[in-house]
Design a protein around this ligand. Structure first.
Ligand code: NAP
Length: 287
C-alpha cells in the first residue's frame, strides 16, 4: 500500500488524483491532520489516516502496513526539519520500505538567500539516506504556481515590481510535478534515485513581462527595482516584514540562479513535455 502525506494540500491532492488513474483506490492511503477534510477522497475508497508531523506516535500508527510513503514537505517554516525527521523515523519504525520525498532544486547547499527553507530539505535528505530506507528524492523546481504571488494582484496595470534581476529560472507547474510523483509511486525502477523535476524552459522576469503582454494584448513592463527600493515600497504599503523578507529572499535566490535548470528528469518521468509557462500563465491572466 502507498501512503501520501499532505493530502489536504495542493500537491498531495493532485498526486492522489493522478495515482488513482494508475492503481486501485484500495492500494492508496493518505495522511491528514484533519481527516474530515478528505471526505471526497475517502468516498473513492482511499484509506484516510490521521497523523501530524509533530506527533511521532500518530505517525507510527498511521504508517502500519504501508510499503511506500510519499512525504510531502511540511508547509510549516519554523520547525520543518524536526517534522520531516519524525516522519522518516516513524516510517522506519512502522516497517515502510521505500520513502519518496519532495525536496527542492537548488545550486548551493550553504549560504543560500533562502537557507532557512533550504536547510530543512538538506537535513531531511541526509536523514533519509542515513536511515537505510530505500529512497527517491524529487528535487522539485520553483513552482510556477507561486509566480502570481511574486507578481502581485495589480501586475497587469502596474507592471512587474520584483527585484529578481535578469537571471532565468525554470518555473515548474505543480500539477506536472504531482503527475510525475504519481508515476514514481506507481512504477518500479526509481529505487535510490534522485530526480530534478524542473522544466528545460528557463525564463527571466523580462521574459515573463513579454509573455503577459502577449497573453493580454497590452504592454506589461518589468520595473526590476533594487532590493532596497522594493523593501521600502512594500514596507510603506504596510506589508508584513516576514512576507517582505521571504519575497526578497526568493528574489535574491532567483537572481543568483538557484532555480536555473540544465538537466531535468521531469519530461522523462512524465512521458511528455511539461506544461509551457505561457500556457500556465494564460489560464490565470487571459480573462
Ligand atoms: N518548490 C516550491 O516552489 C514550493 C512552493 C510552495 C510550497 N512548497 C513546498 O511543497 C509542499 C507542498 O506544496 P503545496 O502547494 O501542496 O502546499 P500546501 O497546499 O500548503 O499543503 C501543505 C500540506 O502539508 C500539510 N501539513 C502541514 N503541516 C503538517 C503537519 N504538522 N502534519 C501533517 N501534515 C502537515 C498540510 O496539512 P493541513 O491541511 O492540515 O494544513 C497540507 O496538506 C509545501 O508544504 C512546501 O513545503 C514548495
Amino acid at each position: 500500500m502507498i501512503l501520501i502525506t499532505g493530502a489536504t494540500g495542493n500537491l498531495g491532492k493532485a498526486t492522489v488524483e493522478f495515482l488513482l488513474r494508475k492503481i486501485p483506490a484500495a492500494s492508496v492511503a493518505v495522511l491528514a491532520r484533519h481527516p474530515e477534510k478528505l471526505a471526497e477522497i475517502k468516498a473513492l475508497g482511499v484509506d484516510v489516516r490521521q497523523g501530524d508531523y509533530t506527533n511521532p506516535a500518530s505517525l507510527v500508527a498511521a504508517f502500519k502496513g504501508i510499503e511506500k510513503l510519499f512525504l510531502i514537505s511540511s508547509s510549516d517554516l519554523a520547525d520543518r526539519s524536526t517534522q520531516h525527521i519524525n516522519v522518516v523515523n516513524a516510517a522506519k519504525q512502522s516497517g515502510v520500505k521505500h520513502i519518496v520525498f519532495t525536496s527542492f532544486q537548488r545550486k548551493r547547499e550553504t549560504d543560500s538567500p533562502i537557507q532557512m527553507l533550504a536547510q530543512s530539505y538538506i537535513d531531511t535528505e541526509k536523514h533519509i539516506k542515513a536511515s537505510g530506507l530505500t529512497y527517491t528524492i524529487l528535487k522539485n523546481g520553483l513552482y510556477a504556481d507561486v509566480l502570481p504571488m511574486f507578481l502581485g494582484e495589480k501586475v497587469l496595470e502596474t507592471g512587474i515590481f520584483y527585484p529578481a534581476g535578469t537571471t532565468k529560472s525554470a518555473y515548474t507547474v505543480r500539477r506536472d510535478m504531482a503527475e510525475a510523483a504519481a508515476n514514481v509511486l506507481a512504477d518500479t525502477g526509481h529505487e535510490n534515485k534522485e530526480y530534478i523535476f524542473a522544466t528545460e524552459e528557463n525564463v527571466s522576469f523580462d521574459d515573463i513581462a513579454a509573455i503577459l503582454s502577449s497573453i493580454t494584448g497590452k504592454h506589461v513592463g518589468n520595473i526590476n527595482p533594487t532590493k532596497e527600493i522594493f523593501i521600502e515600497t512594500l514596507s510603506k504599503a504596510g506589508a508584513p516584514q516576514e512576507s517582505v523578507g521571504m519575497a526578497v529572499g526568493f528574489a535574491e535566490a532567483i537572481r543568483l540562479g538557484e532555480f536555473a535548470s540544465g538537466k531535468t528528469d521531469l519530461e522523462n518521468i512524465l512521458g511528455k513535455k511539461p506544461t509551457p509557462l505561457k500556457e500556465f500563465l494564460r489560464n490565470i491572466y487571459s480573462n
